[in-house]
Design a protein around this ligand. Structure first.
Ligand SMILES: Nc1nc2c(ncn2[C@@H]2O[C@H](COP(=O)(O)OP(=O)(O)OP(=O)(O)O)[C@@H](O)[C@H]2O)c(=O)[nH]1
Ligand SMILES: [Mg+2]
Length: 197
């Protein structure tokens, strides 16, 4: 079975993304570090892609990087094993932040300072795209407003600039999305499956 792990800062929306992609009901929270150990699930994507003929996956949802030290100490080895063993890694960042230092430091830890790069298919999800300034989402069409659309390419190139020195992520694998609006998720599901199609 193919394996997928979701990594990223606390509160970026990793668990919300897992819930939206797999139709789960795992607990999320706007303020408290929510995922305290690695959650696992075996099942199918909720997606009409490929006429619902997508294969079964094993999903790993991880505690946020930059969350409390205890959480990380408790499952450090499991986090490392997961990072280096899964077929696909989706690293989730929040669209409205430029503070990516925490992500960079976590990647350095996970890659032994860049010496051990995972062989997985790497995807960066720029989540919470609905919250991009001026937060005037086009509710009628469920897409970013023209003002938001204008900013998104800059968000993608900034994310590429910040991440590519640490992980070999290509710009086509940086996907803007919103889990609450269910926007960009089909493209994300497609990108996750791309190497296997
Ligand atoms: N507006 C908006 N809010 C979102 C989106 N995705 C997640 N959220 C909210 O962000 C908060 C944090 O979401 P979680 O899914 O718990 O984040 P997490 O990355 O799993 O957090 P930890 O488990 O603590 O690392 C919740 O209140 C979600 O409802 C999104 O696309 N747009
Ligand atoms: Mg979580």
């Amino acid at each position: 079975m193919r394996t997928l792990a979701v990594f990223g800062q606390a509160g970026s929306g990793k668990t919300s993304l897992c819930n939206s992609l797999f139709g789960l009901d795992w607990k999320t929270d706007p303020a408290i570090d929510c995922t305290k150990y690695i959650f696992q699930y075996e099942g199918n994507f909720v997606s009409s892609l490929n006429g619902n003929q997508l294969p079964k996956w094993k999903l790993h949802d991880t505690p946020g990087v930059g969350a409390s030290e205890d959480i990380h100490q408790n499952c450090l080895q499991e986090l490392l094993d997961t990072f280096h063993q899964v077929d696909v890694i989706v690293w989730v960042i929040q669209a409205d932040t430029r503070a990516l230092r925490v992500d960079q430091e976590a990647i350095l830890d996970l890659t032994s300072n860049g010496q051990k790069i995972p062989e997985s298919h790497l995807i960066l999800a720029i989540n919470q795209i609905d919250r991009v300034h001026p937060e005037n989402w086009d509710e009628v069409n469920n897409i970013p407003s023209p003002e938001q659309q204008e900013i998104i390419p800059d968000k993608i190139s900034l994310a590429h600039k910040r991440f590519s020195p640490y992980l070999p992520i290509s710009i086509e694998h940086i996907i803007p999305c919103s889990t609450v609006k269910r926007y960009g998720l089909d493209r994300l599901v497609y990108t996750i499956h791309q190497p296997f199609l």
